[in-house]
Design a protein around this ligand. Structure first.
Ligand SMILES: Nc1ncnc2c1ncn2[C@@H]1O[C@H](COP(=O)(O)OP(=O)(O)OP(=O)(O)O)[C@@H](O)[C@H]1O
Ligand SMILES: [Mg+2]
Length: 323
């Protein structure tokens, strides 16, 4: 027997089927416990994890919490026999490289599974080449195969605008778009499609494909991180890898980020991850090169200023100094 709040965190069924299996409808004067339902579905756990592991992104987190609330309330309403069609949860994530789009899509899939919206909650991440064939007749089977793999989970289409080439009307991308449009309409209780890419190009894509625009209910913007947020992200990443930054290391990190953010190919948290990896390399090289070969936990885990200051990011300063 399902508890009164109807939460089924480990269920491998989607909302509709779950609703059909509900034993009996509650009387209109009954009360359901929303907090207990949240707990049992593990919603708080996912949201807390999201908050702890992802720095910043306040608007994104708010929207995810809203979606979670909607699905939870929907479930409670179903307990009273109120039947509404599954809400439309197709989404579009726009933001610059390294702002967390892929990471959040993964969490979203997990959350939608816990809330009984998705049967499996896995994520299938694709780009144009996975969907569109090079020859006539290749695109439909390719796209359908990907959709089949994604059923019960999230289909994440990165840089979705490459699907559509305005200058080439015989491009096979439009065939993939047609198939996606149908599936997004007809299978939305079993598949969530998330498009991702840069804001301006996504806007062009939607203007050229109004059918797509109308099927995407949630447009979520991922802002660039501030230097302070990038610093927190770096600290989080070093901790996750089992390192700490010395006081000098922390200062060097800040100086590094202030410079890096202004340079070409800056990719937000992705650049931070790369910087942390390189600092780790220099740290190792420093220890191994040291004449004192006896090392303890402290030196094995501490990233010092020099591990960051050796970066090319500081090259201009060094040139200026040597002049
Ligand atoms: N807010 C954050 N807090 C902590 N780590 C983050 C945050 N955002 C992103 N990251 C980390 O940065 C890396 C890049 O993130 P992710 O791949 O999700 O970005 P993206 O927006 O999908 O980038 P791209 O557009 O290049 O595909 C990942 O290792 C991720 O864990
Ligand atoms: Mg990505």
């Amino acid at each position: 027997m399902t508890p009164i709040n109807g939460a089924d965190p480990h269920g491998d069924r989607n909302g509709d089927r779950q609703r059909d299996e509900k034993p009996d409808t509650l009387s209109p004067d009954a009360l359901v416990d929303l907090a207990a339902a949240r707990r049992e579905a593990g919603v708080d756990e996912v949201l807390a994890k999201l908050d702890a592991e992802l720095v910043g992104l306040a608007p994104v987190k708010t929207r995810i919490a809203e979606i979670a609330a909607l699905l939870l309330v929907d479930r409670m309403r179903a307990r009273f026999g109120l039947r509404a069609p599954q809400p439309n949860l197709h989404m579009c994530f726009t933001g610059n490289p390294g702002t967390g789009k892929t990471t959040v899509a993964l969490r979203m899939a997990e959350l939608l599974h816990r809330l009984g919206y998705l049967r499996k909650g896995h994520l299938v991440s694709v780009t144009r080449d996975d969907l569109v064939g090079e020859y006539i007749g290749h695109t439909a089977p390719k796209t359908k195969e990907v959709i089949k793999r994604a059923m019960g989970g999230v289909l994440f289409i990165d840089e979705a605008y490459y699907l559509y080439k305005a200058e080439n009307e015989r491009d096979y991308g439009s065939e993939a778009i047609e198939i996606l449009l149908q599936v997004m309409e007809n299978n939305r209780d079993d598949l969530v499609v998330i498009f991702a890419g840069y804001a301006d190009r996504m806007n062009q894509f939607f203007s050229a494909n109004p059918g797509m625009q109308s099927r995407v209910a949630h447009h979520i913007t991922f802002p660039d991180y501030t230097v302070e947020e990038l610093e927190q992200i770096a600290v989080l990443m070093t901790e996750q890898l089992g390192y700490t930054l010395s006081a000098g290391g922390r200062e060097a990190l800040r100086a590094y980020l202030r410079r890096r953010i202004e340079q070409p190919w800056f990719a937000n948290a992705r650049s931070v991850r790369n910087a942390v990896e390189r600092a780790r390399l220099r740290h190792a090289r420093r220890l191994v090169a040291n004449t004192d070969t006896l090392v303890g936990l402290q030196s094995l885990t501490t990233i010092e200023a020099e591990d960051l200051l050796a970066s090319r990011v500081f090259d201009d300063d060094r040139v200026a100094e040597s002049r």
